[in-house]
Design a protein around this ligand. Structure first.
Ligand code: GLC
Ligand code: GLC
Length: 582
């Protein structure tokens, strides 16, 4: 072995792997060596100094070897394939589909019977919303997990999940499942033991004897659900204590400053991966580290812990990638694909929340300036990562317009946010918003975005002249066009450009095969873009890329090239939306 891996770790790992074919042991050892420094660095930040780091590393290494022993041959082969093609999830052909198992097809087995449909749509990635055993009653759509080792019995069993992952994989569809890292249900066995006074279980959570620390934390904590779950702490009547609950009172925040939480979650992750899950959605990951005097979101330790978790995955289940769910400001968001020393080392995918929000803001105002400003400033992501771009998901939209950005567009931040909320609530004259009127779900309006699949309607896609057919063929066409457009590979940098028309949002992707220019009109009126406007932002259809002038209308630096008489690849005007893809 060697590398920086200490003797004691090597011996322990070899003992666990004893009896496996030599080549399998070699592979594990090579990977352990490759990712060892990441593991050490990731654990040293949060745990070094206060805990026995060497002991922890040894324990984690043994756990990794044990889970590797259990990995099925078919999945080990997938690990190899993905090591050879590590950009698989960045491919322009990647199109994601997100659904609730029950609302889509009843059970996991039912989903297996709908894979043809997903294949027809060009889907390559299937995110099944939370499906592990939740608490009874309200479970925040499954995000209050009672047992990480069992599937919700209404949906099926772990064996069903494993079977479905295999069926999907053989059709080129990767299954994504949520890893709810920040909290578990108040009914999880850890929480029950903590309620009963077991000190080891108590140490898995943030439990306080009185309001002193909760009040101190509250001074700088934002609220996630101010309407139906105010405050970040919940009272435990049995003992008169308080427990940290960032989300609902039945979702207890896990205490990641306790290394046992890390070990337990690493194990949950590897178990899911060994069932054949290929993408893990790291739910509300920004919340896992708490620091007094801060918002307790996106702390540096979050990224260290992700670095360590990813190292675990790289060593045991390298076919698997992470998708960070961090619904945060653009600056904080950039930290999830990784900036600074974490660059490209933590999450492979991250939700592009900024793009989603700016889209809805732009179509409501018919004005794309804020999108151009905010998205234009987003730091470039590492070339080895991809944004999960989407138009809507199962959650609400936080309008996330900074006051200074709004001011740069000549708007007041608070007035703009109020306008958007009213517009989409249908309260603003001229709004095209429609809403559902369902008293049972009125308290949590996120149910608006969680409809049940209408298979009769979907069946009509076979009938000419129907809306269903029009929408399906447009979607399939879009997926096809993406597949044929290598510029959309996620390694190609995106450059937002300002065409000096508030109605247009535009970007370029410079690729060795040529530059892709995408211009999006956020209004219902046609707009024209002159070749000169594109030339001024740096697009040269006649040749390779040229330097963009210092600013629109500024004197040309150096000798101007002649403008081409006609544009060879005139940009197509799309009807309003930035690409929707994962
Ligand atoms: C995530 C989910 C959201 C849930 C929350 C708590 O952000 O997307 O639906 O309420 O985490 O788990
Ligand atoms: C907040 C959280 C996000 C969660 C959402 C639930 O935006 O930051 O993680 O998805 O609330 O609606």
């Amino acid at each position: 072995m060697g590398g920086g891996t200490p003797e004691a770790v090597q011996e322990r790992v070899r003992a666990v792997l004893d009896g496996l074919p030599g080549r399998d042991v070699d592979l594990f050892v090579v990977r352990l060596r490759r990712w060892w420094d990441d593991l050490v660095e990731g654990l040293a930040g949060p745990y070094g100094g206060r805990h026995d780091l060497d002991g922890l590393l040894e324990r984690v290494a043994a756990l990794l070897a044990e889970r590797y022993r259990e990995r099925a041959e078919e999945l080990k082969l997938l690990d190899l394939e993905r090591s050879i093609r590590p950009d698989w999830f960045q491919d322009p052909a990647m199109v994601g589909y997100v659904c609730y198992t029950d609302r889509f097809a009843g059970t996991l087995e039912g989903v297996g019977r709908r894979l043809d449909y997903l294949g027809e749509l060009g889907v390559r990635y299937l995110h099944l919303m939370p499906l592990l055993a939740p608490r009874g009653g309200d479970s925040d759509g499954g995000y209050a997990v009672r047992d990480y080792r069992a599937v919700d019995p209404r949906l099926g069993t772990m064996e069903d999940l494993e079977r479905l992952c295999g069926q999907a994989r053989r059709r080129g569809i990767s299954v994504c499942v949520d890893l709810v890292l920040n909290h578990c249900a108040a009914e999880h066995s850890w929480a029950l033991a903590a309620r009963a006074g077991d000190p080891e279980a108590e140490a898995m959570f943030w439990i306080f004897p009185d309001r002193e620390l909760p009040d101190a934390y509250e001074r700088t904590l934002p609220e996630v659900f101010p309407d139906f779950a105010p405050g970040n702490f919940s009272f435990l009547p049995e003992t008169g204590r308080w427990v940290w609950t960032s989300f609902n009172t039945f979702q207890w925040d896990l205490n990641w400053s306790n290394p046992r939480v890390f070990v337990e979650m690493a194990e949950v992750l590897l178990n899911l991966a060994n069932r054949g899950v290929e993408v893990l959605r790291l739910d509300a990951v920004g919340f896992i580290w708490k620091r007094l005097g801060t918002s307790c979101q996106n702390q540096p330790e979050v990224h260290d812990l992700l670095l360590a978790l990813r190292a675990c995955a790289r060593i045991v289940v390298p076919a698997v990638v992470f998708k960070a769910e961090a619904i945060v400001s653009p600056v904080d968001l950039a930290a999830y694909p990784g900036v600074g020393r974490h660059h490209g080392r933590i999450s492979d995918l991250a939700y592009h929340n900024s793009l989603m929000v700016r889209f809805w803001s732009a179509v409501a105002t018919r004005d794309a300036r804020l999108a151009t400003l905010v998205l234009g400033r987003l730091p470039a992501k590492p070339a080895s990562t991809a944004w999960a771009t989407y138009l809507r998901c199962h959650d609400d939209i936080g309008w996330a317009a900074l006051d200074e950005d709004a001011a740069a567009t000549g708007w007041s931040g608070s007035a703009h946010r109020r306008f958007l909320a009213d517009f989409y609530a249908g309260k603003f004259p001229g709004s095209f918003a429609r809403y559902l009127d369902d008293p049972a779900r009125a308290a949590d309006n996120r149910w608006l975005h969680r409809p049940a699949m209408d298979w009769d309607l979907a069946g009509r896609r076979a009938e000419p002249g129907t809306v269903a057919r029009r929408i399906c063929s447009a979607l399939v066409g879009l997926a096809e066009a993406r597949r044929r457009t290598p510029h959309l590979h996620a390694a190609t940098p995106v450059e937002v450009v300002d065409l000096q028309q508030p109605q247009l949002f535009a970007f370029m992707r410079r690729h060795p095969l040529g530059t892709l220019v995408a211009v999006h009109n956020v209004t219902e009126q046609p707009r024209r873009v002159s070749p000169m406007a594109l030339y001024l932002v740096g697009h040269d259809p006649a040749g390779g890329p040229h330097q963009r002038p210092a600013g629109p209308g500024r004197p040309w630096p150096g000798r101007p090239r002649p403008l081409p008489g006609r544009l060879a690849d005139r940009p197509r005007r799309l009807s309003g939306q930035p690409e929707a893809r994962t």
